[in-house]
Design a protein around this ligand. Structure first.
Ligand code: AHR
Length: 510
C-alpha cells in the first residue's frame, strides 16, 4: 500500500472547456447494435416507443449522451439513405455486406434515428456516404433533412413521411476511413474528393446561414475522414488542404480512429477470463492514445495554430475477440472492469488535450465492441464502461483544472505503467470534480487530496471497483461491477482516500 500520495488540484489555473462532445457515442448498423439493441419495432412485446426500446432509452438518458454518430463506420459508405425512408413495408431489403452479409431491413432509417436522438435528448452526427454514393445523393440527404418544405420538394417528401420541421444536423461526417473501407484513397485523392463533397454537404436550415450567405461558424460542422492510428501523413495532407478553405467548404473537424488491444488482425485479447499480463497489455495499448493525440495535434498546430479544426476521435475503444458462439463479424464482446479502466484513462487523455480534442465517439454504444449496454431479447444490462460514462457526467462542458499526482509505477509482464491517473475539472455547477483511477490491478493506493485555492472540507462521490480483475456484468448478475459511495477522511487539512486496485473514483470536493 502506498500511503498518502499527494494529489494536488490547482483551482487557480483553469484551463480550456472540456467539450461534452468528447463523451459521444457511435451506433453502426453492425451485428445487433441497431436491431435488438435500439430498434425492436412497434409490434414487439419488448416495451418500446415507436419501435425504440424504452429500457435502452432510460439507461442512455442517465449518461447524458451528447451526440451519436450514425449509421457507420464502414457501413456509412455502403448506406443509401433513400432506402430508409417511407412506409416500412415498402423499404427494400439490402445486404449488409461488410458486417456478416446479413439482411438489412432498412426499418431503422433517418426518421427512426432522429426519433431516437430526441428520445434521449442527444444530437445527431450523421455520417455521409462518399465511397459508394454520389455528391448529389449526399447533398439530397441534407436537403431532405434540413430544408424548408415551402421551397424544396425534397423536403416535402420529409413532410409526407411525417416530419414537417427540419431535423437538426449539427455534425456531418464526409466519408469514413476513406483510406480503407470508405474507398481505399490516398490522402491527396481524398483531400480533393472531400472538397467537392463538402462543398455540396449543405445544411439548408436557415438558422445555419449568415445573412450575407457566409458559412456560419456556429452552423453544421463538417468532419473529414482522418488518420488510421499513426498515419501522420494523412493528417499532414488534410491540414495542408484546410489552409486553402474558402467560403463554400470547410474542415471543422478531422477524425482519428484508434482501438485498444488491437495490435494485430485478428484481435487476440479475450474480453473476459483473462489474466494480469493480458490486463496490462491492453491498458498499455490504451495509453498509446496520448502519443497519437499529441503527435496529430502537433501537426494540426503547425497549420492551424488557432485550433479552429477539432481533432475528432470518432472511433475509440477496445476491440477484443468476438464472444464465444457469436458471429465473428458482429463484433460482439463482453465488457469488464478492464474496459472501465481503458475508458477512464482515455477520457483523461482527451481532457488533457481539451483545446484540440473537442469530440470523440466510443465504439460502440450497444452490443458492439466496447459497449455501454448489452441486450438480448427483452434482457438488458449496463456494462462497467457505462458506469464510467455516468461517473464522468459532471465533466461535460466543465473547465479543465491542472493536477499533480505521482503514485509511482507498477510492472507486470515487463510492462511498466503509472499507478494513478487523475483528471480534474470545475463543473458547470461551480463544484470541483476529481477523477482518480487506480490502474494497478494488485495494490490499493492511498491519496491525500488537496485543492489549491479551494478550501475543501470533505470529498464524497462514487467508486467503481470489481471483485476480480476480469469481473463483468451479466443478465443474471447485473450488479457485479457498479459504483458504490466513497467518502474521504479529513485530517490535518488533507482529504484521505483509499482507492481499491483497478478502480475508477469520481469525487466532488465540498
Ligand atoms: O467500429 C467497427 C469498424 O471499425 C467501423 O465500421 C470502421 O470505421 C472501423 O474500421
Amino acid at each position: 500500500v502506498l500511503a498518502g500520495t499527494p494529489v494536488t488540484v490547482d483551482t487557480t489555473k483553469p484551463g480550456p472547456q472540456i467539450s461534452r462532445h468528447i463523451f459521444g457515442q457511435f451506433a453502426e448498423h453492425l451485428g445487433t447494435g441497431i436491431y435488438d439493441g435500439i430498434w425492436v419495432g412497434e409490434d414487439s412485446p419488448i416495451p418500446n416507443t415507436r419501435g425504440i426500446r424504452n429500457d435502452v432509452v432510460a439507461a442512455l438518458k442517465e449518461i447524458k449522451v451528447p451526440n451519436i454518430r450514425w449509421p457507420g463506420g464502414c457501413y456509412a459508405d455502403d448506406y443509401h439513405w433513400h432506402n430508409g425512408i417511407g412506409p416500412k413495408d415498402k423499404r427494400p431489403s439490402t445486404v449488409n455486406y461488410l458486417w456478416g452479409r446479413v439482411a438489412e431491413s432498412n426499418h431503422f432509417g433517418t426518421h427512426e434515428f432522429m426519433d431516437f436522438i430526441d428520445q434521449i435528448d442527444s444530437e445527431a452526427y450523421m455520417s455521409g456516404n462518399v465511397g459508394s454514393g454520389t455528391v448529389q445523393e449526399m447533398s439530397d440527404w441534407l436537403e431532405y433533412m434540413t430544408a424548408d418544405p415551402a421551397i424544396s420538394s425534397v423536403a416535402r417528401e420529409r413532410v409526407a413521411n411525417g416530419h414537417p420541421a427540419p431535423f437538426k444536423v449539427p455534425f456531418f461526417g464526409v466519408g469514413n476511413e476513406s483510406w480503407g473501407c470508405g474507398g481505399s484513397m490516398t490522402p491527396e485523392h481524398y483531400a480533393n474528393v472531400y472538397k467537392t463533397y463538402a462543398t455540396f454537404a449543405r445544411n439548408y436550415d436557415n438558422a445555419q446561414q449568415l445573412p450575407n450567405g457566409d458559412y456560419d461558424p456556429n452552423g453544421m460542422k463538417r468532419i473529414a475522414s482522418g488518420a488510421n492510428v499513426d498515419d501522420y501523413k494523412w493528417t499532414e495532407v488534410m491540414m495542408e488542404a484546410s489552409t486553402k478553405q474558402i467560403f463554400s467548404w470547410s474542415i471543422d473537424g478531422l477524425s482519428l480512429h484508434y482501438y485498444s488491444g488491437f495490435d494485430q488482425w485478428p484481435p487476440h485479447y479475450s474480453a473476459q477470463d483473462f489474466d494480469e499480463p493480458a490486463y496490462t497489455h491492453v491498458i498499455r495499448s490504451a495509453y498509446k492514445m496520448e502519443e497519437l493525440v499529441s503527435k496529430h495535434s502537433a501537426i494540426m498546430d503547425k497549420y492551424d495554430p488557432q485550433k479552429k479544426v477539432a481533432l475528432v476521435v470518432d472511433e475509440w475503444g477496445t476491440w477484443h475477440t468476438p464472444a464465444p458462439g457469436s458471429h465473428p463479424r458482429f463484433l460482439h464482446q463482453q465488457n469488464s472492469q478492464r474496459d472501465a479502466i481503458v475508458a477512464a484513462v482515455t477520457i483523461n487523455i482527451f481532457t488533457r488535450h481539451a483545446e484540440r480534442v473537442r469530440m470523440a465517439n466510443v465504439a460502440q454504444m450497444i452490443n458492439v465492441l466496447q459497449a455501454m449496454i448489452l441486450t438480448q431479447g427483452d434482457k438488458m444490462v449496463v456494462t462497467p464502461t457505462y458506469h464510467v460514462f455516468k461517473l464522468y457526467v459532471p465533466f461535460q462542458d466543465a473547465t479543465f483544472l491542472p493536477v499533480t499526482a505521482d503514485a509511482g509505477t507498477f510492472t507486470i509482464d515487463g510492462i511498466t505503467l503509472p499507478r494513478l491517473d487523475v483528471a480534474a475539472a470545475k463543473g458547470k455547477d461551480g463544484k470541483i470534480y476529481v477523477s482518480l483511477t487506480n490502474v494497478d490491478p494488485k495494490a490499493p493506493v492511498e491519496v491525500d487530496l488537496n485543492a489549491l485555492g479551494f478550501s475543501a472540507k470533505t470529498a464524497r462521490g462514487e467508486t467503481l471497483y470489481a471483485p476480480e480483475i476480469d469481473s463483468i456484468n451479466t443478465f443474471d448478475k447485473p450488479d457485479t461491477v457498479k459504483p458504490r459511495p466513497i467518502a474521504a477522511k479529513a485530517s490535518g487539512g488533507k482529504l484521505s482516500l483509499k482507492l481499491a486496485p483497478e478502480s475508477v473514483t469520481v469525487v466532488v470536493l465540498e
